[in-house]
Design a binder for this molecule. Structure first.
Ligand code: AMP
Length: 221
């Protein structure tokens, strides 16, 4: 079995992070930690956390650094992460979060940040046809008439249009990505932990590119 890994996947919404993270998580036998999935689950459960973030998520805004850092701190303290590592998806999204991650993960330091590079016009197209399983987060693409109801092939959950995959919210999220998240590229570049990967191509091609850089960075093997 692989020795696990500890990485962050960066990239615009719709760059394919979710799909690749699920595959990477199976390949390296490491938990896939998606802060978006965690927050959406909290909203579904109608927990205090869910109620406090529901509006922000639906509008395509970012929840506060303080809150999301506490969510990730709790998750990284769990036994599976401590033993195998982590593949973080959707976190960090700001430099404040990246600095906090370095502190939280002092004993399990990040091996690298993989930036999945896909141009904005391409992700806009992809997001407009994206549908997501409400339960397991699997992504689907609408190729013709939208199936209704649509059940997930993996878990049988409802496959739906995300509340924040509307044109307004998509544009807001992409703008926020440029302003808040793109500085992370300099943050990780400045500490020699950045690996840029071309995210255009088949899922297999992109997966091979990502595993190559992770293995070179010392994760897996
Ligand atoms: P995602 O599935 O990663 O696109 O996340 C969906 C939504 O959850 C985002 O648009 C934000 O509202 C919220 N969210 C997820 N991760 C973070 C984060 N690291 N910082 C702030 N907000 C986040």
């Amino acid at each position: 079995m692989s020795s696990g890994t500890r990485i962050v996947l960066l990239g615009r919404q719709g760059a394919g992070k979710g799909t690749q993270c699920l595959r990477l998580s199976r390949h390296y036998v490491v938990p896939h930690i998606s802060t978006g999935d965690m927050l959406r689950a909290a909203v579904r459960e109608d927990s205090a956390l869910g109620r406090s973030v529901e509006k922000t998520i639906g509008g395509g805004g970012l929840v506060s650094d303080e809150l999301i850092i506490e969510v990730v701190r709790g998750r990284l303290n769990k036994a599976d992460t401590q033993q195998r590592g982590y593949i973080l998806d959707g976190f960090p999204r700001t430099v404040v979060q990246a600095e906090a991650l370095d502190l939280i993960a002092q004993d399990l330091p990040l091996l690298g940040a993989v930036d999945l590079v896909v141009p904005r016009d391409l992700v806009l197209n992809r997001l407009s046809v994206r549908r997501v399983c409400r339960d397991c987060g699997a992504n689907y693409t609408v190729t013709g008439v939208v199936r209704s109801p649509w059940s997930c092939d993996t878990c049988g959950g409802d496959v739906v249009l995300r509340d924040d995959d509307t044109p307004d919210a998509i544009n807001r999220r992409l703008d926020l990505y440029e302003s808040q998240t793109a500085p992370l590229i300099s943050f990780y570049g400045g500490t020699q932990r950045l690996h840029e990967v071309d995210g255009v191509g088949s899922q297999d091609e992109v997966f091979d590119r990502i595993t190559e850089v992770i293995d070179r960075a010392g994760g897996g093997s």
